[in-house]
Design a protein around this ligand. Structure first.
Ligand code: EPS
Length: 358
């Protein structure tokens, strides 16, 4: 038994969709809790005026009855309210009537750092919008919705996941104001901590089974992330072995947690700690050098509404991505078609290893 996630949706299209398969039946979902995470993702200092247009709310199209999962694929849906301004420009079918609203003119000025150029080359698009729409981090709204569902499942086995911007590298309001004044953008670092993860999730050797490899891929899979570390990560490279490893106490807990809760690809019962580095966002109000794809002449890159910083949003998205991956590893280990079977398998396992969740 495993969990899977498939998504669809363009930034200014009608909606974003996620299908989560592999949930047990009988899990109670709280609409307000999912919407609260969607709202957290929209906050944070430095977001674009787009966030005043959107009020993200989840709709459920399948897999749920009276607030309980049916053990069938769960279809989540988040509307793009901004689509009303792009009805002609982002119409899924050939648009009717005269061009009106946004997105009516082809974009030919790729932004360095966005999907614009590579995406247009890859798919053979003349209008860069055909590439940038799907690549947009708007997509992360449904990752957060799916993550909220994963967190509900994890709570049943007493696992709690929380993401936060790094206190020193999280794009504070003064830095955002200064960057905005300079018509520039900022990146930053976020940290996700998962408490209560039992020992034994994941496995050794292969990148499909190692928990560290899977978490790294899940977090690296989020827009604008350029680096991921587990525990003390890169800093461990500069230490001696005697300083780097976490000594084992008689109760099998660790004296320290430099490994970030994972050894040899397997969780060890300590907090799982994942950090991600976000690059500065690529849409600059003072554009970088580019080329006009229509004329081949040097040109300045596309300038359009964008965020100055989305680091606080990334903290919420990374939390969702880590939660989903941990839930997936837990589904593999504990299985069960009904929620009760899943929880019973978890309890029996904790008993076998004589482990109490802290
Ligand atoms: C994004 C560009 C901006 C961001 C967007 C991500 O979109 P817009 O051009 O519509 O202002 O606001 O993020 C979101 C819409 C969101 O909900 O997070 C990009 O190019 O990646």
């Amino acid at each position: 038994m495993t969990l899977s996630l498939a998504t669809a949706g363009e930034s200014h299209g009608p909606a974003l969709v996620a299908i989560v398969s592999g949930l047990p039946a009988g899990l109670v979902l709280d609409r307000a809790a999912i919407d609260a995470d969607l709202q957290r993702r929209q906050q944070g200092y430095g977001r674009s005026p787009r966030q005043q247009i959107e009020t993200d709310e989840v709709e459920v199209l399948a897999g749920l009855r009276h607030g309980r999962t049916l053990g069938t694929p769960l279809a989540l849906f988040v509307r793009n309210r901004d689509h009303r301004n792009w009805e002609w420009g982002m119409s899924p079918w050939p648009p009717e009537g005269e061009p009106a609203g946004k997105g009516t003119k082809p974009v030919t000025l790729p932004r360095p750092g966005h999907a614009d150029l590579a995406g247009s080359q890859k798919f053979g698009f003349a209008d860069v919008r055909d590439a940038l729409e799907r690549a947009s981090a708007r997509h992360t709204a449904v990752i957060v919705a799916a993550g909220a569902v994963a967190k509900a499942l994890l709570r049943e086995i007493e696992v709690d996941v929380e993401g936060a911007a790094h206190p020193e590298h999280g794009a504070d309001p003064d830095a955002v104001d200064a960057a905005r004044a300079d018509r520039d953008t900022l990146g930053g670092i976020v940290e996700v901590t998962a408490r209560g993860v039992p020992p034994g999730l994941g496995s050794y050797v292969s990148r499909e089974t190692r928990l560290d490899a899977r978490l790294a891929a899940a977090v690296m899979g989020i827009q604008a992330v350029k680096g991921v570390e587990i525990g003390d990560g890169f800093a461990l490279a500069g230490l001696r072995g005697s300083e780097a490893h976490d000594e084992i106490e008689p109760d099998r807990r660790r004296a320290t947690n430099r490994a970030g809760g994972i050894e040899a690809g397997v969780s060890n019962g300590e907090e799982v700690v994942v950090r991600a580095a976000m690059k500065p966002l690529p849409t600059l109000m003072r554009p970088l050098r580019s080329v006009d794809l229509e004329t081949g002449e040097p040109a300045e890159a596309l300038v359009e509404r964008s965020d100055v910083s989305a680091v606080e949003a990334l903290a919420v998205v990374a939390e969702a991505a880590v939660a989903f991956e941990l839930a997936r590893a837990a589904r593999e280990k504990f299985g069960g078609d009904a929620l009760g079977d899943f929880v019973a398998a978890w309890r029996a396992y904790l008993e076998r290893i004589a482990w109490t969740a802290r």
